[in-house]
Design a binder for this molecule. Structure first.
Ligand code: PFF
Length: 528
């Protein structure tokens, strides 16, 4: 194994054309569906304006420190999660693949929501949902079967745009990092900001917008005494920033050696949260308008989060509004743009992992990952039980898969191989903002404990009450099953021997020689 490793010609890794390309892609990854359909509702139901306190605490003490950890590991070890974590300790590769397969599971359903968005952008033009958007969404569009039935029958209105979404994103990923992901983000992210700003400006001038904004911002200080509100803030930051499960680590691995890591993380973190608050303003202005039109108070409006907010409540609002079709096109195309840049980041983790381990080109990796991903995505989420499958998989892979991978990752960095001190020194050697010593206990102890409590609480709840009334066999197959698939696939990929090592195009000769010594040890199975 070692001789073939040293014989095979290493393939140079792609890299960002500069720091701006990386920053745009990192922000594009963070800003996703979670910002638009999750944050406004979570914030409203967890203390309104007062939620900003735990939210900012979570950003500063959990989000940014984890982002720094992702950046440090990706940048120092110049590889996607399996390679980078292997260089911390041999067995770390398994955790790296686990992160990679968690991303795989997320991307197969995330693509489906984009397909809904694409279709609804078109529906907006003539408000195709008619007088009853709920029935239209569930019955005409998704052709949804009851929660206890699995269906192989296609829901064509979903399946066709879903296939198109896959063709598009695989094409982008197949072009490689700088020509694909970076180029796409440079177009999509500014476009998203422009369209979304137009939407928010329109929304705040609607009659009733003020009541919506009051509901969103009025603080309920009592909520701060509720530990669940704090956990909701941690969960939101974690989900929204996409930290701890390989995405930011992968992106940082393509940075040039001399890159300002910590400063960039601060910009990305605050940009994501600013977009989130902007989304809250837009969404609640629109909800205030809806309440005003219906002569009710905002607290009586239902369907304030998730798919129902976007695909039922918003169509209702659009139909009530003069110029509704334009507003609808702005809303749904924003959703698609926000989602597509996040989907690309999920795909890059998997594609980067394959490229690093097998030495494949981006195009070949896109093909190898794209065929099973598209097939699974179409069968599970383009069919008539798609919404049920999505609901269960999303809940489990996030509350168990993502969170456990972040815990394992942080603990691994704290206890194995080069420890947090080395990573902190690495961050400080290249960055403008210096990382304080406090970062080490925060990342090594406090954050894993908080995440563990969060995960334990959701697991206990599911074991006690089941999930949303779905039959337990479904929860077992799709919920626990999706986590189990990620574990088994990770084991298999860990056991495949390394025949190749990723090579950094920006290294000096001296760095290459030093890396070579490291990498040979790593390929031969010795933990570095
Ligand atoms: N951060 C992105 C979002 O808020 O939608 C991307 C993402 C994060 C997707 C976590 C999926 C996920 F589970």
């Amino acid at each position: 194994m070692s001789s073939s490793a040293s014989k095979s010609a290493p393939r140079a890794r792609d890299s960002w054309s500069g720091q701006t390309g990386f920053l745009l892609a990192a922000i594009g990854s963070a800003i996703g569906l979670g910002n638009i359909w999750r944050f406004p509702g979570v914030s409203y139901s967890n203390g309104g304006g007062a939620f900003l306190v735990p939210y900012l605490v979570a950003l500063i003490f959990v989000g940014i420190p984890m982002l720094w950890l992702d950046y440090a590991v990706g940048h120092k070890f110049r590889g996607s999660p399996p390679w980078a974590l292997r260089k911390i300790i041999g067995g770390g590769e398994f955790i790296g693949w686990f992160q990679t397969f968690v991303c795989f599971v997320i991307m197969v359903y995330y693509g489906a929501v984009l397909a809904w968005g694409v279709q609804y952008t078109i529906y907006s033009v003539n408000e195709a949902w008619g007088a009853d958007p709920t029935t239209f969404f569930l019955e005409s569009f998704l052709e949804k079967v009851p929660g206890d039935t699995f269906s192989w029958a296609p829901a064509w209105a979903v399946m066709i745009p879903l296939a198109l979404v896959w063709v598009l994103v695989l094409f982008v990923i197949g072009r490689g990092l700088s020509k694909g992901v970076e180029a796409a983000n440079k177009v999509f992210l500014p476009l998203l900001v422009i369209l979304f700003l137009a939407l928010v400006v329109r929304a705040i001038f609607l009659p009733g917008a003020i009541e919506g904004l009051n509901a969103f911002f009025t603080p309920n200080w009592g909520a701060l005494a509720d530990p669940n509100v704090w956990l909701a803030a941690f969960a939101q930051i974690f989900y929204s920033l996409s930290v701890g499960f390989g995405i930011m680590l992968t992106y940082a691995s393509y940075l040039q050696r001399k890159s300002n890591l910590t400063g960039t993380a601060l910009v990305a973190g605050f940009a994501n949260s600013s977009f989130e608050i902007l989304a809250g303003i837009g969404v609640f202005s629109a909800i205030g308008f809806m309440a005003h039109q219906g002569g009710v108070s905002v607290s009586e409006v239902e369907g304030l989060t998730g798919p129902i907010l976007s695909f039922v409540t918003f169509p209702k609002i659009i139909s009530m509004m003069p110029g509704g079709p334009l507003f609808g096109v702005l809303f749904f195309s924003s959703l698609v743009l926000a989602g597509v840049t996040s989907l690309l980041s999920l795909l890059q983790v998997v594609s980067g992992g394959l490229q690093d381990k097998f030495g494949w080109s981006p195009a070949r990796s896109a093909l190898v990952l794209g065929v099973p991903a598209t097939a699974i995505s179409l069968v599970l989420f383009g069919t008539r039980s798609g919404l049920n499958n999505l609901d269960i998989v999303d809940n489990f892979i996030n509350s168990v898969g993502v969170v456990s991978s972040a815990i394992l990752f942080a603990v691994l960095c704290a206890v194995a191989g080069p420890r947090l001190g080395v990573l902190r020194a690495h961050l400080n050697s290249v960055s403008s903002v210096k990382v304080p010593k406090l970062w080490e206990p925060l990342v090594g102890i406090v954050i894993p404990v908080v995440l563990f409590v969060m995960m334990a609480m959701s697991i206990v709840k599911v074991l006690k009450d089941g999930y949303e009334g779905y039959p337990s066999s479904y929860v077992l197959i799709f919920g626990w099953g999706s986590v189990a698939v990620a574990v088994i696939a990770s084991l298999i990929f860990t056991l495949i021997p390394w025949k190749h090592r990723p090579v950094d195009t920006h290294a000096t000769v001296a760095q290459i020689l030093a890396d070579d010594a490291d990498d040979t040890a790593s390929i031969e199975g010795g933990a570095k």
